[in-house]
Write a protein that binds this ligand. Structure first.
Ligand SMILES: [Zn+2]
Ligand SMILES: [Zn+2]
Length: 353
């Protein structure tokens, strides 16, 4: 086990920078907002809201994929980063294929994802495009030779999304419960994005608790030969049960990948949703929200008040979506409990004068 602990001086430079225009930009925050962001200068100290990154094994992302760390200044000065504008500010979500056997629950699940995304990227509208079946995308697909589950080809989905992208889109993100592969020689991929084009596609298939077990229900039992373009194999195809853990993992992946579309690269400063992850255990370990350095990057792109964003996220957890109505299922937020407590602590810092 190894803890990556940066000095407060290093973290201050990564957060504020030493360039006068960026110091001025930082100084536009209120005293309370600066107090919250300043919590990021002492990760891991008693009572701190933020923790240093802990590496548990050589297969963790930072050990396996050395990358240049991105401080605020290098983010801000990147001439290619995408910034929402008055005419291109909507995040579009496109579901591909079934999201569950029970129609009502599947629809709600997608609504919950949309609402979470809208709270997380507070200030930008998030819209669901009408769902599409796998056959409508005309994508290639296969059965994985070791896990025996169905997989669809990411490049074909990105081509499809490019045609579907509305004119006022900041970006379009495809979401699916079917496993993905990027090319024949690869076993699988969690997702793939084209940052310049503002597009991405991500699968939640491997967030099923049973995915890696031999009893995984998404394995095709019969070794039927697939015919290209015969999409009947996707009819009634298995989708993971909708649980609180699946919802948490899906929200985490969706917001991490959207962070990349804003030009935020993998965080190496402290525990953060933008940390890279190599495997599910590492992804489960990372928190659901940004560290102060990544939060500052997002804030200058979108322009929200930090407290209003945390309040919107807390409302998403606490709004049970009509629990009293028999026709609607309650949102399973048990897995978000500790995140809710953390949001309250952040709001305490922001609301104490
Ligand atoms: Zn990433
Ligand atoms: Zn971060």
């Amino acid at each position: 086990m190894k803890v990556i602990q940066h000095s407060s001086e290093t973290l201050r430079t990564a957060l504020v920078s030493s360039s006068p225009d960026l110091v001025d930009l930082y100084n536009k925050y209120t005293k309370e907002e600066k107090r919250l962001l300043g919590e990021g200068l002492r990760p891991g100290q008693p009572g701190s809201l933020f923790q240093p990154i802990t590496l548990l094994s050589d297969s963790d992302w930072i050990s396996a994929h050395p990358e240049e760390p991105q401080d605020f200044q290098s983010f801000y000065r990147d001439p290619h980063r995408k910034i929402p504008s008055a005419t291109h500010r909507t995040i579009y979500l496109q579901t591909i294929g079934s999201f569950g056997d029970s129609g009502v629950e599947a629809d709600l699940y997608v609504d919950w994802l949309r609402d979470f995304c809208q709270a997380f990227y507070h200030g930008l509208p998030v819209q669901l495009l009408p769902p599409v079946s796998v056959s409508e995308t005309r994508c290639s697909f296969r059965i994985n030779s070791s896990s025996h589950n169905l997989q669809i080809l990411t490049g074909d989905l990105l081509r499809f999304l490019k045609m579907r992208k509305p004119k006022d889109a900041f970006c379009i993100v495809g979401l699916t419960m079917i496993d993905l592969y990027p090319k024949d020689s690869w076993n699988f991929v969690f997702g793939q994005a084209s940052l310049r084009e503002g597009m991405g596609v991500f699968s939640f298939a491997r967030y099923d608790d049973n995915f890696y077990s031999s009893s995984y229900a998404g394995r095709l039992r019969t070794r039927r030969a697939l015919k290209p373009r015969d999409y009947s194999v996707f009819e009634g195809h298995y989708t993971p049960p909708i649980t609180s853990t699946l919802l948490l993992r899906s929200c985490k992946t969706m917001t991490h990948e959207l962070g990349h579309i804003f030009g935020i690269t993998h965080c190496q400063w402290m525990d953060c949703v933008m940390q890279g992850s190599n495997h599910l255990e590492e992804s489960d370990r990372r928190p659901l929200d940004f560290c102060p350095i990544c939060l500052h990057k997002l804030q200058v792109s979108v322009g929200f008040k930090i407290a209003e964003r945390y309040q919107a996220l807390l409302r998403w957890i606490e709004d049970d979506h009509g629990q009293t109505s028999a026709s609607r299922s309650a949102k399973p937020t048990e897995a978000f409990h500790s995140y809710g407590l953390w949001l309250r602590r952040c709001l305490d810092v922001l609301e104490t004068h």
